[in-house]
Structure formats: structure tokens, C-alpha cells
Design a protein around this ligand. Structure first.
Ligand SMILES: Nc1ncnc2c1ncn2[C@@H]1O[C@H](COP(=O)(O)OP(=O)(O)O)[C@@H](O)[C@H]1O
Ligand SMILES: [Mg+2]
Length: 406
């Protein structure tokens, strides 16, 4: 018999479930917050502005800059783990936080290889991972010499701070390279030069790893870049041999372990015209190439990242359909007159199965303002639908000529 005093009613105590702090208030933090809600957790964000995508949705916002140690400390107090929606926090600040007892995940000793492209290239070379030829650039002559040796064009990259192709230049000649290098070095931007790889396509191998050492991989995906930024992702990568897919997955898992990564990591890959796989770069956070998994995998990257930084068992990464295509909604050259709300109405009327994710961002040319996921059976058909939907959402134009008012 149950006696009354045995029944202990417990009020909800939010402190009993973990709080994770994410540095940066962009769309990655916004979507991580969405996953945190489902797990009963709290995502605190360090954001610069109230209208940042994540600051709009979480009640737990610390306003400040990721380059201000005091703001980072304030955001870290009382949280179970501190993690990132970008890689721009100065390494010495992260080391200071670790010394003060903050659980920084991924740890700065791993994160450095996602922050600093030169450190990343040097480390991958040391680990004998296949990468393009590269050289540090400290004078215009370094770039000119590299171009003479490897042929033009070459690829120049900012060592730190680049994203979405900002911080990548492909000069065709010694003169053009000298000009870029002189200009950037004068602005205090350290550079490296890389051989321009003849690409068949780009791939991404995403994994997640926990402090306990558990790791999980999603299927290798194809990423389609336009103007240096990701536009479309096809999961799994079509026509990828079993052998290459397994090798790419193993490479990503090995890297996560040997670098001591905690959380989600994307390994951006080049598939060369002769079928070789080279590593482009590493991202240690949720990544655009993993957005498909929000709707297309049993466990998406945002939930997996939270599980990993909190050392929970990781979730099943199995795909839910033969093909998922993610198409980014990229701001049109000129924002359409039709409101986003009306565009969404029309999209849903025409494509009830499309999964739409909007980031609460203003429309600017080529800006990532959302994405669409479409699941299905056949790559060409699913891709056409996803791209048509994304183009509609950014331009209010159906690429197949369908007029919603006819
Ligand atoms: N060595 C290279 N050879 C050919 N294309 C490259 C090379 N490096 C970069 N790219 C192209 O530029 C894009 C952006 O470069 P990346 O280093 O990934 O910069 P970001 O940090 O902006 O993503 C790549 O996805 C690829 O399309
Ligand atoms: Mg990249």
C-alpha cells in the first residue's frame, strides 16, 4: 500500500538539467537551442545583438563579444560545458577559461586545428593525411615562388577568421598574387598558399566524439559550393564507392580521436579528378554539411553535439530515407517584394513534404538565411525539388516557371 508521505512530488528544477553555453548567436546556436529544448536542457548563448538568430529564441543570453574575456567568463559561469557556433574565440582566452575550471569542449588543444588553417595543414602533414601542397606566406615573393613551382592559379587563404569563402582568393598570376598578399599582410592578416586542386567534387565526412571516447559517423555527403560557399548538400554522396566512403569515414574518426575532438566535427574533403581524397579543412562544431540530418537522420548534428559535449551516449546516425538533399536559402541579389511569410505559404501549398528552417535573419545578397530539406528516393528528383524550394524562398520565383497566382 502506498502511503501518502511516500509520494514525493518534485517541482521542476531547471538547475537539475544541464546548461550548455554556446559562444556565438548565429543560426548554428539557434538550431542547437532547438535540440536543447527537446532534451530538457538550457542553451545559454553569448551573442552580440538581441536580433542575432539565437538571441531571438533563448531566454538565457549574455550580451557581449567573443573577443572579450570578461564576457566569456560571464557566459561560462554555472554552465556544464562551453562550446561554439564559430571558431573565432582567441585561443589564449580559451586556455584561460580551462585554467579557471571551465569545461571547454572541444578543448582549445583540438580547436586550434579548426581555427588556424596553417596549424591545421602542418598537423595533417605530420599525421600523413593527404592534403594539397601548401606553404606559409609572409611576403609576396613566397606566393610568387609557390605559383611558379605549382602553376597558376594558386589558392591564398587567411590563416584565421575566414568562412563561407571570405578569406579565400585564387589569383591567376604573380602580379595578382603579389597585390593580394601585400594588401592582406598590410592589414595584419597572415596567409598561406595552397595548390589549386582539380576537383571532381567536394565531400564532407561528419562525426561526433564524446570525452568518454565514443564516436559516431554520419554517411559521407557531397557538398556543392557556389562562390566559395556551401549551397547544396546531398546525403549520402551519390555514386561514392563503398571503399572511398569507408576510408573517408575512418579518416574522420581517426582525426577526431588523434586530435582529441569533443563534439561534432566536419572534415571537408576534396575528391580530385583522378579519384583521390584530400582534406580541405576541419570544423569542430555543427556544420552546414550536417543540416540535412535535422530531418534526414535519426539523430541530427545539433542534438549529437549536445550529447557529445555533455558526455551522454551518442545517438544513432542512420539516414531516414535513401536520399536527403539540403538546399541553403541564400539571399537574392535584391530581396523580393513578396514577404517571407507569403513565400512560405506558397511553398507549403506546393510542397507539403519540404522541411523548412528559417534563421530569423534579414535578407542580404548571398547571405545564409535558412535551408530546406527534402527526403526521397531518387537524387536528381529530390535535388531539383530542394533547390526549387530554396530558390523560391529567396527569390519568390519558381525556377520551373510555375506562377502561384495563375
Ligand atoms: N586548394 C584548393 N583547391 C581548389 N579549391 C579550393 C581550395 N581551397 C579552397 N577551395 C574552394 O574554396 C572553398 C572555400 O575554402 P575553405 O578553405 O573551405 O574556406 P572557408 O573557411 O571559407 O570554408 C572550398 O570549399 C573550395 O570550393
Ligand atoms: Mg570550408
Amino acid at each position: 500500500m502506498t502511503r501518502f508521505h511516500d509520494v514525493t512530488a518534485r517541482c521542476f528544477d531547471s538547475s537539475a538539467m544541464p546548461t550548455v553555453t554556446m559562444v556565438g548567436g548565429g543560426q548554428l546556436a539557434r538550431m542547437t537551442h532547438q535540440a536543447a529544448i527537446a532534451l530538457g536542457q538550457r542553451l545559454r548563448v553569448l551573442a552580440e545583438n538581441p536580433d542575432d538568430p539565437a538571441a531571438q529564441v533563448t531566454p538565457d543570453v549574455v550580451f557581449g563579444s567573443h573577443t572579450d574575456l570578461a564576457a566569456l567568463r560571464k557566459a561560462a559561469i554555472g554552465s556544464h560545458a562551453l562550446t561554439f557556433d564559430h571558431e573565432h574565440v582567441p585561443t589564449e582566452y580559451l586556455e584561460a577559461l580551462v585554467a579557471e575550471g571551465v569545461n571547454v569542449q572541444p578543448p582549445p588543444s583540438a580547436l586550434i586545428y579548426a581555427q588556424d588553417k596553417l596549424a591545421m595543414r602542418a598537423k595533417l602533414a605530420e599525421l600523413e593525411v593527404p592534403i594539397p601542397a601548401f606553404v606559409p606566406v609572409t611576403t609576396p615573393q613566397d606566393a610568387v615562388r609557390f605559383g611558379a613551382e605549382h602553376g597558376w592559379p594558386i589558392v591564398l587563404k587567411a590563416v584565421r577568421g575566414g568562412y563561407d569563402g571570405r578569406g579565400v582568393w585564387m589569383p591567376e598570376s604573380a602580379e595578382a598574387a603579389s597585390e593580394i598578399v601585400a594588401e592582406r599582410l598590410a592589414q595584419g592578416v597572415p596567409l598561406l598558399a595552397e595548390a589549386k586542386v582539380p576537383l571532381r567534387r567536394e565531400l564532407s565526412a561528419m562525426v561526433a566524439r564524446s570525452p568518454f571516447g565514443q564516436a559516431a559517423a554520419w554517411p559521407v555527403v557531397e557538398t556543392v559550393q557556389r562562390d566559395g560557399q556551401c549551397a547544396v548538400v546531398i546525403a549520402p554522396a551519390p555514386d561514392l564507392s563503398e571503399e572511398t566512403a569507408t576510408a573517408a569515414e575512418a579518416l574522420a574518426l581517426d582525426l577526431a580521436r588523434s586530435l582529441g575532438v569533443v563534439g561534432a566535427m566536419a572534415v571537408e574533403l576534396f575528391e580530385t579528378t583522378d579519384g583521390a581524397i584530400l582534406v580541405n579543412e576541419l570544423a569542430m562544431r555543427p556544420h552546414n554539411s550536417g543540416h540535412w540530418g535535422m530531418d534526414g537522420a535519426r539523430t541530427g548534428q545539433f542534438e549529437q553535439h549536445l550529447r557529445a559535449v555533455l558526455d551522454y551516449p551518442l545517438g544513432d546516425t542512420a539516414p531516414l530515407a535513401p536520399v536527403t538533399v539540403m538546399a541553403n536559402i541564400l539571399g537574392a541579389p535584391q530581396a523580393p517584394d513578396m514577404s517571407m511569410d507569403e513565400r512560405l505559404h506558397h511553398l507549403f501549398a506546393r510542397m507539403p513534404k519540404a522541411r523548412v528552417h528559417l534563421y530569423g535573419k534579414g535578407e542580404r545578397p548571398a547571405r545564409k538565411i535558412g535551408h530546406v530539406n527534402v527526403l526521397g528516393d531518387e537524387v536528381a528528383e529530390v535535388r531539383e525539388k530542394a533547390e526549387r524550394a530554396a530558390h523560391w524562398m529567396s527569390h519568390a520565383i519558381w525556377t520551373d516557371g510555375w506562377n502561384p497566382h495563375e
